[in-house]
Design a protein around this ligand. Structure first.
Ligand code: PEP
Ligand code: MG
Length: 324
């Protein structure tokens, strides 16, 4: 399938109406990195760091992690890699950590909540990332930030790590970019200051959708009940786009929906200009974007909104079918 899209691999994703969409890939293993070249991704928009913690029976050492992150940066050949700090809890339980008995793990003690309450692991990981980057640009993203003060606290940990590394005489990253994942509806309503201070935002659509509709992403009975192209959800996403535009905050979307061509197209139509997805999805998504006119599509979507239908999907599909 990759071969089918070979001819467009090095083409930027520019729509017929002139919108340029950045297409990056999601990764989580060293073995994913060769796809950066073969898929034509512009960078790694989400590097999930859980796997190295999940595959062993004890906590990985800082030196091991630093070596791995350094190899990831080597393999990226200067393309941007967004490292997401450890997102454990919920569905991802470390075998060597005492399981905490929670009635609702997805709403429980997970991700940055663990990182801030028990900062040892987060500090170790931040140090490993800085040592890996030494002298190179570094991009770090915190998962599951629900409110502004969590972002500030995480940032303070980064600042502390920098000061410590300096004191120890280590070479620091050339540049440092710190962002947050928007995965809970609350963060969309954070104070203006948050949007001004955060260096970028990435929408974690898998979690955001589950919390928006109160529909468990792991529960087969409800997870497909609400369409991502539901008008209410798109309205909500568009508010995030507008807030980011006002504060000039770079915004991307890295949930699974970014890799589904119709969904990706609609996300672009509401103004999202950066999508991160499985490498194999880049070809199909780009191919559709290249043939599309977002202005026309937007008018189709607005028509659905006015008619009060729940989802734009069938109208968008009809419109696309009429194109060919
Ligand atoms: C998401 O929630 O959309 C996301 C990208 O994070 P994960 O799937 O790892 O929870
Ligand atoms: Mg998530």
């Amino acid at each position: 399938a990759q071969e089918r899209y070979h001819s467009i691999r090095d083409k930027p994703a520019v729509t017929r109406c002139g919108a340029r969409i950045d297409l990056s890939m999601n990764a989580g293993l060293m073995a994913d990195l060769p796809s950066l070249e073969s898929s034509g991704a512009e960078g790694v928009g989400l590097f999930r760091t859980e796997l190295q913690f999940l595959v062993r029976n004890k906590m990985p050492q800082r030196t091991e992690l630093a070596a791995l992150y350094s190899r990831v940066l080597d393999a990226a050949h200067g393309k941007r890699v967004v490292f997401r700090t450890l997102d454990i809890g919920s569905d991802k339980v470390l075998p060597y950590m005492k399981p905490n008995d929670e009635p609702n793990p997805a709403l429980g003690w997970r991700a940055i909540r663990v990182g801030l309450d028990k900062p040892g692991v987060m500090r170790m990981q931040l140090q490993a990332l800085m040592r890996a980057a030494k002298g190179r640009p570094l991009t770090i993203m915190f998962p599951f930030v629900a409110q502004y003060d969590e972002y500030l606290a995480a940032r303070a940990e980064v600042d502390k790590t920098i000061a410590r590394e300096k004191r120890l005489g280590h070479v620091l990253p050339a540049t440092l970019e710190i962002g947050a994942m928007l995965e809970t509806p609350s963060l969309a309503y954070a104070p203006e200051k948050f949007f001004q201070e955060v260096e970028f935002i990435s929408i974690g659509g898998n979690d955001l959708k589950q919390f928006f509709f109160a529909a468990d992403r792991e529960n087969e009975r409800v997870r497909r009940r609400y369409d991502t192209l539901n008008v209410s959800f798109l309205n909500f996403l568009e508010q995030i786009v507008e807030r980011c535009a006002r504060s000039n905050t770079p915004l991307s979307f890295c949930g699974e929906d970014a890799g589904r061509p119709i969904e990706a197209l609609c996300l672009a139509a509401i103004g999202i200009r950066s999508l991160s997805m499985r490498p194999a999805s880049i070809g199909p998504v780009k191919s559709l974007l290249l043939r599309s006119n977002l202005v026309e599509l937007r008018a189709v979507m607005d028509g659905v909104r006015e008619r009060g239908e729940p989802s734009v999907r069938s109208a968008v599909m009809d419109y696309l079918r009429a194109q060919v």
